[in-house]
Design a protein around this ligand. Sequence first.
Ligand SMILES: *Cc1c(COP(=O)(O)O)cnc(C)c1O
Length: 452
Amino acid sequence: MSVTKILLDEKQMPRQWYNIMADMPNPPAPPLHPATGEPVKPDDLAPLFPMAIIEQEVSQERWIDIPEEVLDIYRLWRPTPLYRARRLEKALGTPAKIYYKYEGVSPAGSHKPNTAVAQAYYNKKEGVKRLATETGAGQWGSALSLACSLFGLECTVYMVKVSYEQKPYRRSLMQVWGAEVIPSPSTRTEAGRKILEADPDSPGSLGIAISEAAEDAATHEDTKYALGSVLNHVLMHQTVIGLEAKAQLELVGDYPDVVIGACGGGSNFGGLAFPFLADKFAGKEVRALAVEPTACPTLTKGHYAYDYGDTAKLAPMMLMYTLGHTFVPPGIHAGGLRYHGDSPLVSQLYHEGLIEAKALPQRAIFQGAVLFAQNEGILPAPESAHAVQAAIEEALEAKEAGEPRTILFGLSGHGHFDLAAYDAYLAGKLEDYEYPEELIQEALQDLPQVSR
Ligand SMILES: *Cc1c(COP(=O)(O)O)cnc(C)c1O
């Protein structure tokens, strides 16, 4: 019998997260204080994050126990299924085997609750009453709203204004889970008021919304901040994805030649790929490919430099690939891939040639997503569609070369809240957009001068 869905038992769920920092060939560069340029000390981060998270951010331990309370909640949807995309393989006529790890079965519809639940848990444990955060496409805001509701925390979500207007049902979902949702830029914060003064019609950006949420947390004693991607602890929480996928492939006696993930801030890509990179560091041959939009080509066209994490320069500076903290991305539909920077861990691995990256235009990714949906049934989130299309391209390359290849990609979420984007695609209204080189050069003028 040919297996389609490879399932793990709840008992086989990972009980520890994998921390890639223990195994990286070179230690990661420290984040720097936005005002002084000195390496950030734990105390600097204390207004924003609980101590347990700050410790995880810099931990060198290879394995970190997942708390029982977090495992309990993970069990609501984990372990997630690994699928063999037999129908897609057939449609492509490829000799390649295509597997995908599906994170859309979580209540919020993406991988993001894997870290939201962990972060809410540590905040609750340290007596925090409210979490403030930003959301672009609404995926992270929903995930944190869900997690806060499960742990009895209040939640305030600054939602990038274009998304707030484009995706009313994401907002409804957050409100059902009890969150307060505010379009950003808002008049609620100093950072928001400044942006509105300069540009009353600002569509907002993740960088701006991060500034608002961080300011909200820093100015309220009972409130902390939670970030849905980019930071080391977030990517570590997401490694449950790759650890499960490895165990699932083992059940069918397979191992990937290439692991593919859509890359915005790097969390689902890192979560899936890092456990395989552990094998690569130990000498095994495996490729990892991060896929981003041509409209926000952080890895493929950005600079590897220290930059601020947000527009108002409240967040630490990190060494990463960046398009500049003033970057305001075009309104493409993969809202979750519009951040100006990228995970410092993913950035460093790319800089050192240990992973690959490619950028894809939006019409191609929707074409891939529709082909996928017509053969596999699941409607991918536009973000996830980047991984889908890259996997299709790998499979077609294998066909061209007439060689077998085992492809594993992350289907990070479903697209049920993104049907407006599919509508636009089906109506032929989507245009490809390549972020202009001049604008990249311009934004890079504003990079902080850091000597290292
Ligand atoms: C947020 C999101 C992404 C991009 O974020 P990463 O941190 O790069 O994973 C990708 N896919 C989905 C479904 C998302 O919600």
